[in-house]
Design a protein around this ligand. Structure first.
Ligand code: JB2
Length: 215
């Protein structure tokens, strides 16, 4: 039987995860968030307190869901929460939206979050605490590291290698066989056709914007 769940964080990412967890009929104990008031309802769940409220439950009786998301330059908290509670023996639930299409042999480590409409093709391996956000496509034999965020609608062609702590922005496209070095940020809408080293930021071309002349 699946264990009851506590969600860390009460913001936008948590809201989407809670909707998925409800579709999966998970038993939700509440939210922990240092910036919310104990007893308040957030996304329909009771706020249990700050993160130390987790210790009211043993690591064998509950699972955690990391509802703190990540932004390109603000990825540290999500990874830190995962590492802290993982080191205390708590297990982070692997969340898979029922609409995701996942090939049979795909390997998902614990705490991976596969959001609505994601496609993961044969031979892909996704490491812990990574988010594959709504509508992302991860093609065959990709390797995705830990604490990665693949934002909505991003497309990774076959055999792409993504190292730890990478952010791949909304709608970015990575062609086959490319490697993205750890901690790098691929801007939304980028088309990546060459390897990207460690700790780089890729800025895509900006759209040109002009006012429409009055007739
Ligand atoms: O130490 C903490 C802590 N610090 C801030 N522990 C816990 N458990 N929660 C913490 N928080 C809470 O995280 C904040 O009080 C807030 O409720 C939440 C962050 O919410 P926000 O909506 O700002 O961001 P997010 O992480 O849910 O979503 C980001 O990442 C997603 C993947 C957003 O950029 C989304 O647009 C994006 N889809």
């Amino acid at each position: 039987m699946t264990k009851p769940v506590i969600v860390l964080g009460g913001g936008g990412h948590a809201k989407v995860l809670i909707a998925i967890l409800r579709r999966l009929n998970c038993r939700l104990l509440g939210i922990v968030d240092p910036n919310q008031t104990i007893g308040q309802l957030v996304h329909g769940l009771n706020v249990l307190g700050a993160d130390n409220a987790i210790f009211d439950y043993s690591n064998t009786e509950i699972e955690l869901v990391n509802g703190v998301g990540s932004l390109p330059k603000d990825k540290g908290l999500r990874a830190a929460l995962f590492n802290t509670f993982n080191a205390q023996g708590y297990r982070f639930k692997t969340v898979i939206d029922p609409t995701a299409l996942i090939a049979e042999d795909v390997e998902l480590s614990h705490g991976v979050q596969v959001m609505t409409g994601v496609i993961i093709q044969v031979g892909a391996k996704i490491a812990e605490n990574t988010i594959l956000n709504s509508g992302a496509i991860v093609e065959h034999d990709c390797r995705i590291g830990r604490h990665v965020h693949i934002a909505p609608g991003a497309i990774l062609s076959g055999t792409v290698n993504v190292s730890d702590h990478v952010h791949i922005g909304t709608g970015a496209t990575i062609i086959q066989g490319i490697s993205i070095g750890a901690n790098s940020i691929i801007g939304a809408g980028s088309a990546i056709t060459q390897d990207i080293a460690y700790n780089q930021i890729v800025y895509p071309p900006r759209p040109r914007i002009e006012s429409i002349k009055e007739q």
